[in-house]
Design a protein around this ligand. Structure first.
Ligand SMILES: NC(=O)c1ccc[n+]([C@@H]2O[C@H](COP(=O)([O-])OP(=O)(O)OC[C@H]3O[C@@H](n4cnc5c(N)ncnc54)[C@H](OP(=O)(O)O)[C@@H]3O)[C@@H](O)[C@H]2O)c1
Length: 335
């Protein structure tokens, strides 16, 4: 079968397309024929050597994918041959609060990823997908959507009228807007592009500020009709956190999810104390959360936004497209 392999640290541009033996099904395992994948910023970090040491090398990249069960050497746990399923980013985080043991294995990181024609796994590591979604759409759910879901509904309480701030037009941010609007929340976003903000408004965004022409966007949002934010989603990291804190109300909360702006800036934590903010790290989510999210996606008919789909043979082009950073929504690969 065909698979992609990369040496972490060598960069995604040095990923190779290889022929390897198809997995032999050990007892307790099932075989999935892969149909679609979606890419995350993390896949670039892993390939570039910016995602910790001691990763397998060579590594098959990509954490997010959907496939069809084609063979089983195990009890199927309620799944059926022919069923389309998605993989859990953390195969061992079934339920309950996060701990070190549950997140030791992560696909396309400490564990081999999914960018192969076939994957053998245990039935406990997969979830059924909402039936109305295409395979490409469902492949966007395991990391970006689940992270947004976890921040909004699992580690926080959502309520109609709650004011939420998000950043940019990538996977996490768009799912956040979609999920939050279904619950009747108000959402503001910053983006480096006015065109992106216009597109986000079509998805229900209430307030948008172009951060590339307004570096004091935190104050701008706070003083606007939108007003102070109850719950901010921090995707930029240390460089944007000071403005995020300015936008957030006293006693509000910030979910720390991403570091798109890098980690080089100095950060003063005093305003977090003075505003009595709750700062909560979010790391994707459990299989239980994934199932709850899928139920909401199915019930509310939420369709993931896809920027572009590439062919399996063109995975390099898909990564290069994402690395340019101009996408709106998810970049996918499909057989
Ligand atoms: N903690 C977790 O479990 C978890 C899970 C998923 C993702 N993440 C992290 O969350 C972040 C977003 O992930 P994603 O998958 O949504 O990324 P993405 O699809 O690549 O989208 C990122 C978007 O953010 C905006 N952006 C780019 N550079 C920025 C910067 N320096 N400051 C602020 N915004 C910037 C851009 O939108 P505009 O062009 O409109 O500005 C861009 O389209 C990444 O850091 C990722 O590693 C964390």
């Amino acid at each position: 079968m065909k698979t992609y392999l990369v040496q972490p640290g060598s960069g995604i541009e040095n990923m190779v397309f290889s022929e390897v033996p198809r997995p032999v099904l050990q007892p307790g395992k099932i075989l999935i024929k892969m149909l679609s994948w979606s890419l995350n910023f993390r896949d670039l970090l892993v390939a570039g050597g910016h995602y910790g040491l001691g990763l397998p090398s060579p590594l098959t990249p990509v954490s997010d994918g959907v496939g069809e069960i084609v063979e089983a050497n195990a009890d199927l746990n309620g799944f059926k041959i022919g069923q389309r399923v998605a993989f859990s980013f953390f195969p061992d985080w079934q339920d309950g609060p996060i701990n070190g043991k549950k997140i030791k294995r992560s696909l396309g990181g400490a564990e081999q990823g999914l960018l192969s024609e076939f994957i053998a796994c245990s039935p406990s590591e997969i979830v059924g997908i909402p039936s109305f979604l295409t395979s490409e759409e469902a492949a966007t759910l395991p990391c970006a959507a689940l992270t947004a879901w976890n921040a909004l509904f699992e580690t926080s309480t959502n309520y109609p009228g709650k004011k939420i701030l998000t950043m940019g037009c990538g996977g996490v941010s768009i799912f956040l807007i979609q999920f939050a609007k279904v619950e009747g929340c108000k959402v503001a976003a910053i983006s480096r592009s006015t065109q992106h903000l216009d597109k986000l408004k079509k998805l229900g965004l209430d307030e948008g500020v172009n951060s590339s022409i307004d570096p004091k966007w935190g104050d701008t949002i706070r003083k606007s009709d939108f007003g102070e934010v109850d719950h901010a989603i921090e995707l930029g990291g240390a460089s944007s956190l000071p403005q995020t804190i300015k936008a957030t109300r006293i006693g509000g909360e910030i979910s720390l999810i991403g570091v798109l702006g890098g980690n080089d800036s100095e950060f003063n934590p005093v305003p977090i104390i003075m505003k009595s903010l709750r700062l909560q790290g979010i790391f994707v989510g459990s299989i239980d959360m994934f199932n709850r999210m899928n139920h909401a996606v199915e019930k509310n008919r939420i369709r993931p936004v896809i920027d572009k789909v590439f062919k399996f043979n063109d995975a390099h082009k898909a990564f290069a497209h994402m690395a340019k950073g101009n996408h709106f929504g998810k970049v996918c690969i499909s057989v």
